[in-house]
Design a protein around this ligand. Structure first.
Ligand SMILES: Cc1cc2nc3c(=O)[nH]c(=O)nc-3n(C[C@H](O)[C@H](O)[C@H](O)COP(=O)(O)OP(=O)(O)OC[C@H]3O[C@@H](n4cnc5c(N)ncnc54)[C@H](O)[C@@H]3O)c2cc1C
Length: 467
């Protein structure tokens, strides 16, 4: 890879989702582009976040299938979970992904410098290289895509207990005996269920009064029920106060729950209480780049920072914390560099919690519609009514759609059930195409598939009130 020159048309800090696509696209157009990356080629998603977590979660699902195999007429006398092998499958996948990234850098002509960078002036970065040397690089235009990292809350004894974050949890070579998961957000929930299925005793500690608290009440309850049914202890309304011991050996967590003190002993702690931007100590002030009060890079809707010719992309810019949003940020910057006016405002933010079954949503749920005073017609149907789920013995959950009262426009869909992410995606495409719900109700869908559920779901939409 050519990294010999010191000056580039584009210097991109971090090789995460938006950054890398921008680098490859601009370089393929013949621009002189370099990406500086301190550790993870391709960013968090392929190395330590989305893809490795889904890989490990799938191993956990296989373990669950084996555990329940008798129901399917497959009898196994004995099985055990081999965590080094789980890890090895994940590592092989990650290695393959890194190789794909390196090939893309090579093919596009974008440079890749491995090193940690900080601004030393406007559009000027100093890179600390692995051999201990430094190098200063100047770019005509600079894009910052440094991402976020897990917050370790300021809780007495927590840092000293050497807790795991998702990074260490995805590298485990053994099943923790009793895992405490601090935080019932999507990272905590996905890993909690996976570890339970590998054989861990798991306790989730959540400060809110419910799991998945942004969702409608019936959804929160369904997720909670799933966790209870799998034997995961969920402590809501729980405020952690102190930790004793060392994660990996033995730990004791002190907390207050509904005002009363309590404590739990366990062997391991996984912290999943949120993310904070990688914007500290990288000289942003020397480059005229301002931050928001919460430490994210201040950007406008075109993702321009407060410094001329400097953009921010992905999580460090405060964009919703999903890979597909970081990718959309790439499109925004690419188009604006080409002279268009592409903005981040008003875009759809679909998402999927990759528990088993999944929880996926795009558009409004009831809670949001009510808060915004948007009237809606509600259609809800159990997943058990989708006959495909019966062939799979995966009948848990439901589909829920909100339809406009004045037109037949779909306002949002929530799916809690098998392959929820794929089902939601199909409705999202209809929403983007501006299709009325009746189109999904009347289309001929293959039997027996999960999408066939649309027939039942959208047939149950209440008629529009006549005026
Ligand atoms: C466990 C987990 C699971 C997730 N699962 C999903 C999922 O299923 N679906 C989904 O959509 N999203 C998921 N996410 C979120 C998703 O990973 C992020 O939204 C996405 O990776 C953000 O991309 P980014 O480019 O903003 O940051 P990153 O991908 O984190 O890229 C930032 C890069 O910058 C580098 N860097 C930072 N500072 C410097 C510096 N000073 N010098 C040089 N390099 C630097 C970092 O090493 C990193 O590679 C998950 C996140 C986690 C933690």
């Amino acid at each position: 890879m050519d990294t010999t020159g010191s000056d580039y048309e584009f210097v991109i800090l971090g090789s995460g989702e938006g950054s890398k696509y921008l680098a490859w696209t601009l370089a393929a157009e013949g621009k002189r582009v370099v990406v500086i990356e301190r550790k993870y080629i391709g960013g968090s998603c392929p190395n330590i976040a989305c893809l490795p977590s889904k890989n490990v979660i799938h191993s956990a699902k296989v373990a669950q299938h084996v555990r329940e195999s008798e129901e399917f007429g497959v009898v196994t006398d004995y099985f055990h979970v081999d965590m080094p092998a789980v890890r090895e499958r994940k590592r092989r996948m990650v290695q393959g992904l890194v190789e794909i990234h390196l090939a893309n850098f090579k093919k596009s002509g974008a440079g890749l410098i491995m090193g940690s960078a900080k601004f030393v002036g406007p559009k000027k970065l100093e890179v600390s290289l692995p051999d201990g040397k430094t190098r200063v690089i100047h770019g005509d235009k600079v894009i910052i895509g440094t991402g976020t990292h897990a917050i370790i809350p300021d809780l007495p004894g927590l840092r000293e207990s050497n807790p795991m974050t998702h990074i260490e949890a995805l590298e485990l070579d053994h099943v923790p005996e009793h895992l405490l998961v601090l935080g019932g957000g999507y990272i905590g929930l996905e890993l909690a269920q996976a570890m339970r299925r590998f054989g861990s005793r798991v306790t989730v500690i959540e400060r809110n009064d419910r799991l998945a608290s942004r969702e409608d009440e019936d959804v929160c309850e369904a997720v909670h029920q799933l966790f209870e049914d799998e034997g995961i202890a969920v402590l809501t309304n729980a405020e952690s106060t102190r930790v004793e011991g060392t994660s990996g050996q033995s730990v004791k967590l002190y907390l207050t729950r509904n005002g009363s003190p309590a404590s739990i002993e366990a062997t391991d702690i996984l912290v999943a209480t949120g993310r904070t931007p990688n914007t500290e100590g990288i000289g942003l002030d020397l480059a005229g780049i301002e931050l928001t009060p919460t430490g994210y890079i201040k950007v406008n809707e075109r993702l321009e920072t407060t410094a001329p010719d400097v953009w921010a992309i992905g999580e460090c810019a405060g964009s919703p914390q999903f890979t597909h949003i970081a990718f959309d940020d790439f499109r925004v910057i690419r188009d604006n560099l080409a002279g268009e006016n592409h903005v981040t405002t008003g875009r759809q933010v679909p998402y999927c919690l990759f528990t088993d079954p999944e929880l996926a949503r795009v558009g409004l749920n009831e809670k949001e519609a009510k808060a915004k005073g948007i009237p809606y017609r509600l259609a809800k149907m159990p997943m058990a009514g989708v006959l495909r789920t019966r062939t799979l013995s995966e009948t848990r959950g439901f589909l829920k759609a909100l339809i406009d009262t004045e037109s037949d426009r779909i306002l949002g869909i929530t799916v809690f059930g098998v392959s929820a992410g794929e089902i939601m995606g199909a409705v999202q495409i209809a929403m983007v195409a501006g299709m009325p719900y009746t189109a999904l109700r009347n289309v001929i869908l293959t039997h027996p598939t999960l999408l066939e559920g649309f027939l039942g779901l959208f047939s149950s939409v209440p008629p529009r009130a006549s005026k």
